[in-house]
Design a protein around this ligand. Sequence first.
Ligand SMILES: [Zn+2]
Length: 548
Amino acid sequence: MFENAKIWTFDRERPTAQAIAIEGNVIVAVGDRDAVRDTAPDAERIDLQGACVIPGFNDTHAHMEREGLKTLRPSLAGAKSVGDILARIREAAAIIPPGEWIVTMPAGTPPFFFDGVSSLAERRLPNRHELDAAAPDHPVYIQGVFGNWGKPPGHSGLNSRGLELNNIGPDTRPRVGGVKIEVDAQGIPTGIIVEHNNRPTVEFDILPAVPRFGFADRLEGIRRSQRLYNAKGTTSIYEGHGSAAETISAYRRLWELNELTIRAGLVLSPSWNDLTEARRIMRDWLATARGSGLGDRWLRVSGIHIAYGGDPVVACCARAHLPDTGWSGFVEQAVSPSDFREACFLAAEFDLRLHTIVGDQLHEIVPVLRAVNERHPIAERRWVIEHIGRARPEDIRALKELGIYVTTISTYYLWKGGSKYLNEADGGNGVVPHRAILDAGIPLAIATDNIPYDPFFTLWTTCAREERSTGRVIGPDQRLDAHTALELFTAAGAALTFDEGWKGRLKPGFAADLAVLSDDPTTLPPAELKDLSCLLTIVDGRIVHDVR
Ligand SMILES: [Zn+2]
């Protein structure tokens, strides 16, 4: 029993409380101190000294597996010069057996790496010769930035062994545009490759010898991710972007080992090349992913992600390396508008609920949904529209009529990538229009997209809506108060996995998933939300994080 707390329950019948009692993995009482003591007289009493308690965060577009993978590679964070990077490479060379690859994280400041090579005094990566001197017995690869974290271009660097193993010479030509292999005055590659694509293609296209994340890495990555997400108060995730078969199998392995400390809802990421394959693959997936899917309270697989748009050359390059998916964790897709329409009809026919990322194209997707709905009513199926950028009022009304669920990424659209919305005629109130979506009565949940994975950062971007470089507010009318944002980040996500009847709210009979915060978000100015921390996290009645 926790008492002397400020509890936001998100239970409409009892929105606030001072005490909560847990028995096993279930909440047995919530209320004022005396009432909870009466219900659970023998419970161990823990004084929270006024701390704030919320249901655990449910990160509904999490890309969780990436966070742990980042810790598997040596970091270059804090390096201020080529010399500093070479020192890190020498350190790695002293540990890693000769002949094996040294693969590092990018140059720049994590988690965004916005400064990239400009964080270095020389404003460039070390070249092949400098890397050769630091690690003469190892192939070396400094990876470029993954565009979803920061901003292209990404700079990657290889030493001579690394170049040789990938057969990179003066005549190497990338298949994918936007990649430049730097050469010296004699036309010989310097070891530095610059890529302008948001989803880097360089490894898939011209670096086949660079080690991939294998199954064991993904498994260990998720283990580490869970600890990191738990430490921020996250107790559930939903992978609305879809997960490749290998990613799903890594989650399944941890489920078998009883090692999950985050409840995971997964969505299939398909690998089809065309609609004929799509029909066959969807038919085969009925067994697992139809309707509310297959799983239990820890792991559930349901529905598919179908992309709208995408570059066919990039998708083809990436698919050739399956089961490896690099940093994505999902299968790169390139789907034309007409194929998207057909694939949506197929998804409805097979009752595989659709997830799609719309960006500013919601107005192009809505007519497709309407057409599907004429033949296969989609209300009650919980189809999910993700990453809404610009949305017109008539399209928001349509989402309500169709019974669509929505998830959004404030950090990506408003803070990190908000510069393109600074001069909207309506002041940005049509961009990620949280207020309008809620007022329309549409089920809405918010998410981090792993940029960064810290839910407090997303709480801030949702409430403040400030653009990164200017600090200007995009769409002031669409700012949410912290209490509303918290509900969208905790209770609201449960419906995405059909779990709203037993998790996401602090009420008797519900799962004992909760987080104790350093302060009450509802009393802080928005700018301070991002500095919150999590003192204690409980999932299924078990403490998974505790720094009280
Ligand atoms: Zn995503």
